[in-house]
Design a protein around this ligand. Structure first.
Ligand code: NAI
Length: 469
């Protein structure tokens, strides 16, 4: 059978990585086909990930702020929560964004095919959709198939055991809610459901929540949450069984109870790449030792004309990594000398307060035996933080003793996810503590705390006592 269609580029997967790659390639003049099995673009991020969770987290933040307003002498009545309306609003946000993507795709004259794609060989993709099977021939392909939530093996089949998509569906508000995994998803979901009235229990295997961040930078969040939630670190769930009265879990951990019963359980213990749903064997594409599709710094796989981007090629599984990789792949295919070579990919937990970090953490700097200087500015000394009820925050910046340049930064506090980008730019531009200190920051802002952290290292701090030499 000859191919039904012929393209310069076929992109397999329409998440943030895939659609960005397709759009960039079309803008560079390539004939592009975008294959996505769902009838909406946006993938996990837009439909069951970043965007719905941020919409729900905003609702949770409003509830919390209304409560905290009492400190300012402002009080509201008890909130009334219409779960259906909350869910509908989240869906409206998703619809607006996916609708926008449809228009952007159309305007670029990209051929969009709704269906499941699998390789027949290194220049042909077979796509099976509602209209039957099609063969598409391509000069180049970008695999952008993403990832799926990892479920702990051996859990019972029960609709009260959720992955992140179930939790975002807001099916009901469990009275007793167990969250397995104190990573980013676990902590964000805890905040949403706590605001809606759930009693939260979190079990985390490692010694603190959000383990990739430095422990001291998670403390303001932890200190606040431990008053409200049961948080058991260094704890594992060893058995989960379904009873009519609830889901029962047994724990093993230094300070954990032996067992508990819950109305719902969220499993948030990481994600796994989608590597087994595109007939990889027909192009003889092996996985690397970590189970991802291996790529070089131009996003090229071991097969010359096939590229891969996003969650399927490795950690961190973040939309903003995928979009940048997507652009690189598209540009390389269009003949540009592009490379994926960022100095850092920032991480953000959109909790209240937010936790954000970039570059090296202190524990990474120590492990790599890098000599560094640290500036740490507590937000209790920031006028803007005090005015905004955000005094528990903290900003930390690390500078190499050898080069003087910034090597890492972390922020825990209101808007940390926005504030961190000044540090990202400083790292990309090779700024040192003096560069940052002498960059005039508007007063009063939370951004000043980053300049103050640099001033501590620079020795020019006046908003705190200078550190002893
Ligand atoms: P994660 O890897 O960030 O966290 C999972 C946590 O579960 C870890 O702290 C781990 O130590 C713990 N854990 C693993 N097995 C356990 C067990 N049996 N018992 C107790 N604890 C256990 O994974 P998560 O939160 O599921 O997120 C998945 C991916 O999605 C990550 O790559 C994350 O970066 C990304 N993501 C990013 C978001 C953001 O940027 N705001 C939001 C949501 C997800």
């Amino acid at each position: 059978m000859s191919a039904d269609m012929q393209f310069d580029l076929v992109v397999l997967g329409g998440g943030p990585g895939g659609y960005t790659a397709a759009f960039r390639a079309a803008d560079l003049g390539l004939a592009v086909c975008l294959v996505e099995q769902a009838n909406r673009l946006g993938g996990v991020c837009l439909n069951v990930g970043c965007i719905p969770s941020k919409t729900l987290l905003h609702g949770a933040a409003v509830l919390e702020e209304a409560e905290q307003a009492a400190e300012y002498g402002i009080s509201f009545g008890a909130p009334k929560i219409d779960l259906v309306a909350f869910r509908d609003h989240k869906q409206q946000v998703i619809n607006q964004l996916t609708g926008g993507l449809d228009k952007l795709c159309q305007a670029r004259k990209i051929t969009r095919i709704v269906g499941k794609g699998g390789f027949k060989d290194t220049t042909t993709l077979q796509v099976t959709g509602e209209e039957g099977a099609k063969e598409i021939s391509f000069s180049n392909c970008i695999i952008a198939t993403g990832s799926h939530p990892f479920m702990i093996p051996g859990l019972p089949e029960d609709e009260r055991i959720w992955d992140s998509s179930d939790a975002l569906a807001l099916k009901f508000v469990p009275k007793r809610f167990l969250i397995i995994g104190g990573g980013i998803i676990g902590m964000e979901m805890a905040q949403i459901y706590s605001a809606l009235g759930s009693e939260i229990t979190i079990v985390e295997m490692l010694d603190h929540i959000i383990p990739p961040a430095d422990k001291d930078m998670v403390q303001p969040l932890f200190q606040k949450l431990k008053k409200k939630y049961q948080i058991f670190t260094k704890t594992k769930v060893v058995e989960v069984t379904a009873a009519e009265s609830g889901i029962q879990a047994r724990f093993e951990g230094a300070k954990a109870p032996e067992s508990g019963e819950y109305d719902a359980v969220l499993v948030a213990v990481g994600r796994r790449p989608n590597t087994e749903n595109f007939e990889r064997e027909n192009i003889a594409l092996a996985l690397n030792e970590r189970g991802f599709v291996g790529v070089d710094n131009q996003q090229r796989t071991a097969v010359e004309n096939i590229f891969a981007i996003g969650d399927v090629v490795g950690e961190p599984m973040l939309a903003h990594k995928a979009t940048h990789e997507g652009k690189v792949a598209a540009e390389v295919i269009a003949g540009h000398k592009a490379e994926f070579d960022p100095m850092t990919i920032p991480s953000v937990a959109y909790t209240h307060p937010e936790v954000a970090w970039m570059g090296l953490t202190e524990k990474e700097a120590k492990a790599q035996k890098i000599d560094y200087q640290k500036g740490k500015f507590p937000w209790g000394a920031s006028g803007r933080a005090l005015a905004s009820g955000a005094a528990t925050g903290v900003t930390k910046a690390l500078f190499s003793k050898e080069t003087g340049r910034i090597i890492g930064a972390a922020i825990c506090g209101q808007n940390a996810g926005e504030l961190i980008h000044e540090a990202v730019l400083a790292l990309e531009m090779g700024a040192d503590a003096e560069d940052i200190s002498k960059t005039v920051h508007a007063h009063p802002t939370l951004s000043e705390t980053f300049a103050f952290a640099a001033e501590i290292v620079d020795g020019s701090i006046t908003d705190a006592l200078p550190s002893k030499k």
